[in-house]
Design a protein around this ligand. Structure first.
Ligand code: SF4
Length: 648
């Protein structure tokens, strides 16, 4: 098989080059950086740069006290005759030191609480966020003042106290970001490949939460500098460390105001404003670069509770000998707080043989994606399998515990998620994400050159050149991202691949390439594929069997030829009328009037009745059962329509 991409190879800038190129677009960010760099250099090299030693007023006579600015003392002298400019330089060291260390503690606490609350959710989140809310309403500065006043006013105490009271905003922001990242498909994918919570937090959540942590760290430094200055100004600073706050305190307490020595107050004031302004501007620049626009997805992995494994209903179930996968009467509800559950999928059955490709067709909202996620037990937390079985290799997947289902995910059954851009982690290279799947499911796989070779082999299999391995998802085209998702799904040699609308949002040419790729992989690797789509044209091209779903139930199920040439269900027939056929250029296309039913407000009778041209009285009161039709050579042909009972 030879599948060639037509992507143009471009020189890819390194992440640091990218970072700088974006950062420098922010003029405010550049101004802030310059301000901070200057004050940091002054603080670091204060012993070298300062003209006088601030600890010593040796040689200063009585006439030197509160001397105005002059050539000898650019910013004048203080109450002890010490050079204010030198004090300013040394003061920068103390103020910045307190700011940076307090910020480190604060962001560490806030970041940890935010990530744990956001990722674990439930009771853990409730407890942590109620605690955060409580801390948030307590005014932190008065509390810091009281605590520092009650303890020894050392620099270490001040850093620690400021640090442990400045984390609440960080915790709330990080929690929100974690919730958003957690619901993205690449986290769902990581979970599907068996990654544990710690791995997901470290490799998928943290990199995307990091921008917020960095911006918060910068902003918290300025709050900490202000708090330290306030404490020192109130006389609660470390008397052995000369900070800008201490300079203000000494000037106020020792008559600078009454003697008109404004310079003793202005110099530390400018220092504080300088740092706060510089940090705020740098924060803006960083936000411009680091805060990626994160698309969210409504799916959040949860654990379905299997209520009943007994098959139910009178339906005619498709049965075939020795299927690879057998779905029996599967029903899935979404729990609705205080309302009746939404019956997203009801009594669905189908089988899949080795090397077979089944198409799952229906309009949006008919339960296709829910059904697919349920097969791998990746339903949102509100989703519950309430009935039925999913039999694979003699095991009922709905009855497995989390560890057992993890062993099946990706190794036996893998999934190509809808929307490749969302399903790939934007801050990790594609090669790295493919390798992750291999490492998670093949712990013994050597992590050296062999792993890289395997990644290249997989990329080659889907027609992506090896030198794209180190590229990030945004450097791929839409088609390449979809190919990368397929490579990822193949990483552990699964027997079944679930392809959830893999061609949606791609142009016609790329769609055709992806379909050709899936079909050739199926033939080459003997894969069985469940292909979810709303496009009957796609189904006609590559599928063996088709399951048409409407309102969460089976409308019709048969071989692809039967569906196209002898469909019996009015919904399938309407779908076919809306599908352009190149062999019949004069065919008139029509659309189905109305919309699919809301799953939490389903009609009493046939779910298609409000839109069905053939509906009669019974259709509005009684739900049709699945009928096995004996009108063709197909191994199975079933449909649910009252009209078929009469004509059977
Ligand atoms: Fe239409 Fe009635 Fe058949 Fe439903 S049962 S598809 S409403 S004819």
């Amino acid at each position: 098989m030879s599948i060639q991409t037509v992507e143009v190879k471009a020189k890819v800038p390194s992440p640091s080059t990218n970072f700088w190129q974006t950062y420098r677009q922010s003029k405010l960010g550049i101004a802030g950086l310059v301000l901070l760099l200057v004050i940091t250099v002054i603080a670091i090299f204060a012993p070298v740069l300062s003209p006088y030693d601030p600890k010593s007023s040796a040689g200063v006579g009585a006439g030197q006290v509160y001397n105005p600015p002059s050539a000898a003392h650019w910013l004048g002298t203080d109450d002890a005759g010490r050079d204010v400019f030198s004090n300013f330089m040394y003061g920068a060291r103390v103020s910045l030191l307190v700011g940076f260390f307090a910020s480190f503690i604060s962001v560490g606490i806030g970041g940890t609480i935010g990530i744990v609350a956001g990722y674990y959710g439930g009771r853990v989140e409730n407890i942590l966020m109620r605690f955060t809310d409580t801390m948030l309403v307590i005014p932190d500065l008065p509390l810091i003042v009281v605590i520092v006043a009650l303890t020894k006013p050392s620099l270490l105490n001040i850093i620690f106290v400021i640090g442990i009271f400045g984390w609440t905003t960080t915790a709330r922001m990080v929690r929100s970001q974690t919730l958003a990242v957690k619901s993205r498909k690449f986290v769902l994918r990581a979970r599907a490949i068996g990654a544990g919570r710690r791995h997901i937090i470290r490799h998928h959540i943290l990199p995307l939460v990091m921008p917020i942590l960095v911006v918060q760290a910068v902003l918290v430094v300025s709050v900490a500098v202000l708090n330290e200055s306030t404490l020192s100004f109130l006389g609660l600073g470390d008397p052995t460390a000369l900070s800008w706050g201490q300079m203000l305190n000494y000037a106020f307490a020792r008559g600078a105001m009454s003697t008109g020595a404004w310079w003793a107050l202005v110099a530390p004031g400018i220092g504080i404003i300088w740092v706060v302004l510089g940090l705020t501007l740098v924060g803006q620049g960083l936000e411009h670069v680091l805060n990626p626009r994160l698309d969210t997805h409504h799916l959040m992995p949860g654990r379905p509770v299997v209520v009943n494994h007994e098959a139910s209903g009178e339906s005619e179930n498709p049965t075939e000998k020795n299927p690879l996968l057998e779905v029996r009467n599967l029903s899935i509800n979404y729990i609705n707080e205080g309302k009746p559950p939404a019956r997203a999928v009801e009594n669905i059955s189908f089988t899949l043989k080795e090397g077979e490709l089944i198409g799952l067709v229906g309009e949006s909202g008919c339960g296709k994606t829910t059904l697919m996620l349920a097969l791998l037990r990746l339903l949102p937390s509100a989703g519950q399998i309430v009935n039925g079985q999913v039999i694979f290799s003699g095991k009922d997947l709905t009855a497995l515990n989390e560890q057992e289902i993890n062993a099946v995910r990706w190794k036996d059954i893998s999934i190509v998620f809808q929307g490749a851009m969302n399903a790939l982690n934007p801050v990790r290279t594609v090669g790295d994400q493919i390798a992750e799947a291999i490492i998670k499911h093949m712990p013994g796989f050597p992590r050296d050159q062999r792993l890289q070779e395997r990644v290249i082999e997989l990329l080659d299999l889907v027609g992506i050149a090896a030198d794209h391995k180190e590229h990030y998802p945004h450097q791929y085209s839409g088609g390449m991202r979809q190919r990368a998702m397929i490579a990822m799904a193949l990483a552990c040699n699964p027997q079944i691949i679930i392809a959830d609308e893999p061609t949606t949002a791609l142009d016609v040419m790329i769609q055709a390439q992806i379909l050709e790729l899936l079909d050739s992989l199926r033939k080459k690797l003997g894969l069985a594929i469940i292909f979810v789509t709303h496009d009957l044209g796609v189904v006609a091209e590559i599928c063996d069997k088709v399951l048409v779903m409407y309102g969460g139930v089976t409308a019709e199920y048969a071989d692809v030829d039967i569906i196209y040439n002898e469909s019996r269900h009015p919904y399938t027939q309407e779908l076919l009328k809306a599908f352009p056929d190149l062999t019949k250029p004069k065919k008139k296309l029509s659309s189905i009037p109305g919309y699919p039913p809301r799953l939490d407000a389903l009609p009493i009778g046939c779910r298609f009745a409000p839109r069905c041209r053939l509906a009669f009285a019974r259709c509005h009161t009684e739900q049709p059962l699945l009928q096995k039709l004996n009108d063709s050579q197909s191994a199975v042909h079933i449909a649910s329509c009252h009209l078929l009972e009469v004509s059977k």
